[in-house]
Ligand binder design. Structure first.
Ligand SMILES: Cc1cc2nc3c(=O)[nH]c(=O)nc-3n(C[C@H](O)[C@H](O)[C@H](O)COP(=O)(O)OP(=O)(O)OC[C@H]3O[C@@H](n4cnc5c(N)ncnc54)[C@H](O)[C@@H]3O)c2cc1C
Length: 533
């Protein structure tokens, strides 16, 4: 990558053709602003429609690993076949199911969940369900004719850095007319149980090459699809694949044994849809953010059995229902077939007496208390994962040096080496970030050379000054600004973008309206008034 003699970074070639990966909230706005500025855009979306996480599905997807702490094991790169070799067809399956649950209401008001200069239809509820958000996104696609540049059912399996850009390899999933042959059937859907999941990465099944085609399952209809591979060159790539795909499930004493003994009695929030799908049994939900609060509330409102919520720390998203019993951090899970629960139960002994025939597991917390539960739901979040980025350092963070200047993802808690949370410093022609409208505008203006990035040295210096670990309580907090800081950040990016606007030539400056910030600041109280929680 070259630097000019001034303190600015210059791309080694002119950026004209840009690949956007993903057609969720981020990918759609990136595509629009890149088109607006006159660049040639292609969006690859592995699903059949736009909307990303806002596409609700009754399909709960494959069972994750318990524990799941390493993105490279839980979400390994998919093998790309060449004409001589073989390939496997499992990994796309894990990423395609949205974690949205049926009862979800937006946690911030819909007026501030919009792109700039757009709004939801009149009378839209302030805290809406997934259908409303999806419909807004689909209208945005229609209005801006984004379907002209989106290729659906295109799974990006490799992005390879080349001398003058990036080679993007996609797998097109085509629904087959006929069902698979018996031989094909043996090749598909390896992901059925924890036991099977654990084999991924160490015991991958190989499939004989058939003119770069392979058989996969995809989507919620159990239909069979044929994968066709294609490679295309781009000058730059914007990664908008989201970060609610790969469950994070911490390693806790006894968890593996519990999951092996009762695989159907442990799940991640990504697999939760509705309370009525579960038998009324004592349940422990782990995690105090939005999903943990919502899921424990929904279960407690339909169950007679106790619902516990294990909380590590209170965050702005914590919102515990009164009927939920709060517990501290779990120390260990105990697999026990004994039905004599008297010694163990602190909070629900009467209930346990009535249900002696059911083999409960036990959970011990760090305060020494022990409860009997039937089911555990981990609402412990997700990991950043970019398995298709080839040649960029992504891997298991446990032993990796996060001060390295090339590392992108380690344990999946955060993304490293991004300038202004957007541009990968070692090569700013790729942007693997979670993108808002302001960030998308910055990308389009930088790629179109309307504004310039500082030199690599200056970007590095700026990054280092905001990356000192002590500045953030947890690595994850690095991407979470809080409302006030988010406002400052958005204004900073827009000021930069606006510095290139020629108002005399009719170019309008971008504005971040202060009412959006005010509404965000008051969102929690507003939600409590509107929804009662
Ligand atoms: C349970 C839950 C509740 C939430 N509630 C709110 C809320 O109330 N308000 C709010 O503002 N935000 C909420 N969010 C955050 C929400 O995820 C973001 O608002 C936003 O939708 C993220 O958009 P995205 O485009 O970054 O990612 P996604 O929506 O995840 O979209 C990514 C897209 O990329 C595609 N893709 C992934 N990998 C590939 C590949 N290799 N090749 C091709 N395509 C690929 C996916 O199919 C998907 O369509 C919530 C998230 C969750 C999980």
């Amino acid at each position: 990558m070259s630097e000019s003699t001034t303190d600015y970074y210059t791309f080694p070639y002119k950026i004209q053709k840009v690949c956007v990966i993903g057609a969720g909230v981020a990918g759609l706005i990136v595509a629009k602003v890149l088109m607006d500025i006159g660049l040639n855009v292609t969006v690859y979306e592995r699903g059949g429609q736009p909307g990303g996480v806002w596409i609700y599905s009754e399909d709960t997807g494959p069972v994750p690993l318990f524990p799941s702490t390493d993105p490279m094991i839980s979400d390994p790169p998919e093998e790309v076949p060449d004409t001589e070799s073989s390939c496997s067809s499992t990994s796309h399956h894990i990423r395609n199911v949205s974690p949205i649950y049926a009862g979800l209401r937006t946690n911030i008001p819909t007026p501030i969940m919009t792109y700039f200069n757009t709004s939801y239809p009149p009378n839209t509820p302030l805290f809406s369900n997934h259908e409303v958000v999806l419909s807004y996104l689909k209208s945005f696609v229609e209005e801006h004719k984004l379907n002209d540049v989106i290729s659906y059912n295109m799974d990006v399996t490799r992005v390879i850095e080349s001398e003058n850009g990036w080679e993007v390899i996609t797998k097109k999933l085509k629904r087959t007319e006929n069902g698979p042959t018996q031989n094909d059937k043996q090749k598909i859907d390896l992901v059925e149980s924890n036991a099977n999941m654990e084999k991924i990465g160490e015991d991958r099944e190989t499939i004989p090459d058939d003119n770069r085609k392979d058989i996969s399952t995809h989507g919620s209809d159990d239909a069979e699809y044929v994968g066709e591979w294609r490679e295309e060159h781009f000058d730059a790539v914007v990664v908008c694949t989201g970060h609610y795909n790969v469950p994070y499930i911490p390693e806790i004493n006894g968890l593996k044994e519990w999951a092996n003994t009762w695989p159907e009695r442990v799940l991640h929030s990504k697999q939760y849809r509705r309370p009525d799908l579960f038998e009324d049994q004592p349940t422990l939900v782990i995690g105090s953010a939005a999903s943990g609060s919502d899921i424990s509330r929904e279960l407690a409102s339909t169950f007679k059995s106790p619902v516990y919520l294990s909380i590590r720390s209170i965050s702005p998203l914590t919102n515990v229902a009164e009927s939920v019993i709060v517990k501290p951090i779990v120390k260990r899970f105990i697999v026990s077939y004994s039905d004599n629960s008297n010694d163990y139960d602190d909070d629900s002994s009467n209930y346990i007496h009535e249900k002696r025939s059911i083999p409960y597991g036990k959970v011990e917390f760090i305060d020494g208390t022990v409860i009997n539960v039937h089911r555990i739901i981990f609402a412990t979040g997700f990991m950043y994962s970019y398995p298709f980025l080839h040649g960029i350092e992504v891997g298991n963070g446990k032993n990796e040096d996060v001060s390295k200047e090339t590392i992108l993802v380690t344990s999946g808690e955060r993304v490293y080496n991004l300038y202004k949370q957007v541009f990968y410093i070692p090569n700013p022609t790729v942007s693997p970030a979670s993108l808002s409208h302001a960030q998308a505008l910055l990308i389009s203006h930088v790629f179109a050379s309307r504004v310039q990035l500082p030199s690599l040295t200056s970007m590095r210096k700026a990054y280092n000054s905001t990356s000192i670990d002590t500045m953030f309580k947890t690595p994850k907090a690095y991407h979470e600004f809080g409302t006030v800081k988010a406002g400052e950040y958005i204004r900073e990016l827009l000021e930069w973008v606006n510095s290139s606007k020629n108002e005399e030539a009719g170019e309008k400056k971008e504005v971040f309206e202060s009412w959006r910030e005010d509404m965000h600041l008051g969102a929690k109280e507003l939600r409590a008034r509107e929804l009662g929680y």
